[in-house]
Design a protein. Structure first.
Length: 250
């Protein structure tokens, strides 16, 4: 069910925080997971298809001196979510931070979106975070933990060729706020909403950088820093949607 294995635990296994990052094998998810590991947290990451990348990410985090495991999980499946949360608990003994990062992105004209496409985006981007948070909730409450959801600038700004994606992220923003009210006072729940993230050079990246007041696109590191703030900052802060877009949405 999972690849990788925890390194030797510290003498006091509860001395450091324990995090679960969904979709943490590559791209932004990897950056988020590694940032938490650099902050001294034990980190479990989940993956659906990127097994080799997940193993590499887990190894990189173990090299930082923390425990890390990579778990195969499908956020669309209750049974899969339940199994991954149980494996995290078995490895670490608890969960202090949950980062709901796993998501899908698709460009389709609104008039061409099929019911299947609409449902596929929502079941990953909105129902998935609900399922993982619900399963982890008793353990997060016991630890007075935190949930950080990964939203999007598209959740507050309409993009004509991404209607299902934008709608799913808008729903996640609202889910963040309803979770914050429902899970308080034991668990704080916040959301980081990135704008355009640069992964490679090209005309599209240049186009968005030119439109951004800060004159560059977001990096995965920018997003990770915002997630780390909610994961380690004041527990009192909850229900917030933090847009990380360099002013692109202004």
């Amino acid at each position: 069910m999972f690849s990788g294995s925890p390194s030797e635990p510290p003498s006091n296994p509860h001395a450091r925080k324990r995090a679960l990052v969904t979709g943490g094998a590559r791209r932004v998810g990897r950056e988020l997971a590694v940032a938490l590991a650099r902050a001294g947290m034990d980190v479990a990451i989940t993956f659906r298809e990127s097994s080799s990348e997940a193993a590499g990410t887990a190894t990189a985090m173990q090299a930082l001196g923390v425990r890390s495991i990579a778990l195969e999980m499908d956020v669309r499946s209750e049974a899969s979510v339940r199994s991954a949360v149980a494996a995290t608990l078995e490895a670490f003994g608890g969960i202090d931070v949950l980062v709901n990062n796993a998501a899908v992105f698709e460009s389709v004209s609104l008039s061409d979106i099929t019911v299947g496409q609409w449902d596929a985006v929502f079941e990953t981007n909105t129902r998935g975070p609900f399922l993982v948070a619900r399963e982890a909730l008793p353990h997060l409450k016991a630890a007075r933990g935190r949930i950080v959801n990964l939203g999007s600038l598209g959740g507050s700004h309409p993009w004509a060729t991404h209607a299902h994606y934008c709608s799913s992220k808008a729903a996640l923003h609202m889910l963040t706020q309803t979770m914050a009210k429902s899970f308080a006072p034991e668990v704080s729940v916040n959301c980081v909403a990135p704008g355009y993230i640069k992964f490679e050079a090209g005309k599209e990246a240049q186009h968005f950088a030119a439109k951004t007041p800060m004159r560059r696109n977001a990096s995965a590191g920018d997003v990770a820093a915002a997630v780390l703030f909610f994961a380690t900052g004041p527990h009192f802060i909850t229900g917030q949607i933090l847009t990380v877009d360099g002013g692109l949405g202004l």
